[in-house]
Design a protein around this ligand. Structure first.
Ligand code: MD3
Ligand code: FE
Length: 206
């Protein structure tokens, strides 16, 4: 059953667990076409999360800033298309959480190895802040850091497990969030890793 974490933030524990094999296979196909890479932050740091993307728009970062690109900057080719299995899951989660608009323009694939973390940040490069973000977690469980509207606000720790699906909309869309360093652990489907899929709408609603 869904758990309301906060206004607009709905957790569906294990929603993607039954289909994790095919979903992870689809993610591997994306990674074959657009391999994982460690992006640089505008501040000159190498991100410990390895990333790639699928769909119409891919999120990238470099010394020049954060941006969405229609093509993989490594190759100039369009990002791999978004697998139908991803679309179906995102539609289902978005509707069950009660939102009207489904975030299907961008699918980010994040790979966490032991020790990988994501520091507190806001997702605000998108022009459709009224459309929720959907995220899906696989493999080794992580501690998600759920902050407030300013960086210094207190942070809640939420465990994200294999197959968990989260929808973040309304006032939760702009909260600071991050991921604590991944523990050394094993999962039968991903080994020592955690894989996170994050879906967004990038452009303004017509
Ligand atoms: C809450 N990824 O890619 S997913 C990111 O686990 C990102 O890889 C984390 O933060 C990860 O930007 C968290 C869950 C998530 C994604 C976006 C959010 C939570 C969010 C945007 C607003 C509020
Ligand atoms: Fe984020």
């Amino acid at each position: 059953d869904p758990v309301i974490l906060d206004t607009g933030a709905v957790l569906f524990p294990g929603m993607a667990r039954r289909e994790s094999g095919p979903l992870l296979d689809a993610a591997r196909a994306v990674v074959r076409a657009a391999p994982f890479r460690h992006l640089m932050t505008p501040g000159g740091r190498r991100m410990s999360v390895a990333m790639t993307a699928c769909g119409e728009w891919g999120w990238t970062s470099s010394l020049d800033g954060y941006r969405y690109s229609r093509t993989d900057p490594r190759t100039g080719a369009p990002w791999p298309s978004m697998p139908d299995l991803f679309r179906d899951l995102v539609r289902r989660a978005t509707h069950e959480a009660g939102f009207a608009h489904v975030p299907l323009q961008s699918g980010l694939v994040n790979l966490y190895r032991p020790g990988t973390r994501m520091s507190l940040h806001q997702d605000r490069e998108e022009q459709a802040l009224d459309v929720p973000i959907v995220s899906v977690s696989f493999g080794v469980a992580a501690t998600f850091l759920w902050g407030g509207m300013t960086r210094g606000d207190p942070v809640r720790r939420v465990r994200l497990e294999h197959g968990d699906v989260l929808v973040w909309g309304g006032p939760s869309r702009l909260r600071f969030h991050g991921v604590a360093p991944l523990a050394q652990a094993e999962h039968p489907e991903t080994g020592a890793c955690r894989v996170n899929l994050t879906f967004r709408r990038v452009t303004k609603l017509a």
